[in-house]
Ligand binder design. Structure first.
Ligand code: BTN
Length: 260
């Protein structure tokens, strides 16, 4: 699952996390940083099964089997991105809005750290125009959820299947402080994670504010062997995607959504 022992987080990351300390709550109370893992989500899941505290973070310089949603590979070139997983233990109620909150938090963290504003595409992909900047994979097993975050920080030679990828550095044309990006994303995550319990409506509103570009876009929804086509109409108050078709509005909570 991983090669070698965890190393100390690199100085740029350690310093940024220290500076953000009082805004992180329990997040990053423990940080395990690896030179290489298969997938940080796998390492974090093993830790969680062994009782790791909520907020424990697993990160790696590179992943040999990084994965995205629907079993897709997540390209993880060394030193070009942030590959991070966080152990969370949300209530059942909070879990429903958690993936949306995570997308909002990463967009906010990237904006605070770098000034780059990313848009959200349901449920929690970050885009700049038509190019993907970051993705989130939430995997849950009963008592815990592993929130895996992949952020493209610097331009890299991505494989053909990730040809539509972009990076913060590629968009801004300048150096990026990855420690600051991580610290601000985790601080925003802690803020939004608390809201998921206390004010889920605020999370939904923040998500909607970053998703205007999604509205009216053609959508294909594959589920149970069929494909429905329509246009994106927004999300409802539970975070479900609403797709307008010729015959009405369909509420989508799961299954694969393809964007036109
Ligand atoms: C997606 O857009 O489909 C989700 C991508 C999630 C990638 C991150 S990188 C850190 C964590 N470890 C993984 O194997 N995946 C997530």
């Amino acid at each position: 699952m991983f090669r070698g022992q965890p190393i100390n987080p690199p100085a740029d990351v350690a310093e940024a996390l220290l500076r953000a300390g009082d805004r992180l709550g329990p997040i990053a109370g423990r940080v395990l940083w690896f030179p290489e893992v298969t997938s940080t989500n796998d390492v974090a899941a093993t830790l969680a099964e062994h009782g790791a505290d909520e907020g424990s973070v697993v990160a790696a310089e590179t992943q040999t089997a990084g994965r995205g949603r629907f079993g897709r590979a997540w390209a993880s070139p060394p030193g070009a991105g942030l590959y991070v997983s966080i152990v969370l233990r949300p209530t059942l109620r909070a879990a429903a809005v958690l993936t949306l909150a995570a997308g909002v938090a990463v967009a906010e963290g990237v904006a605070t750290a770098t000034g780059l504003e990313a848009a959200l595409k349901w449920p929690n992909d970050l885009y700049v125009g038509r190019r993907k900047l970051a993705g989130i994979l939430a995997e849950g097993a009963g008592a815990h959820v592993i929130l895996g975050i992949g952020i493209n920080v610097l331009p890299a030679a991505y494989p053909p299947e990730a040809a539509h990828a972009t990076s913060i550095g590629g968009e801004l044309g300048r150096r990026v402080d990855r420690g600051l990006v991580l610290a601000e994303c985790l601080a925003a995550l802690w803020r939004r994670y608390q809201e998921v319990e206390s004010r889920p409506d605020a999370v939904i509103d923040a998500w909607r504010a970053r998703a205007a570009a999604m509205l009216g876009r053609p959508v294909e929804w594959a589920h149970e062997g069929t494909v429905e086509r329509g246009v994106a109409d927004g999300i409802d108050d539970t975070g479900a995607l609403l797709m307008r078709t010729g015959t009405g509005v369909i509420r989508i909570v799961s299954g694969e959504v393809q964007w036109g």
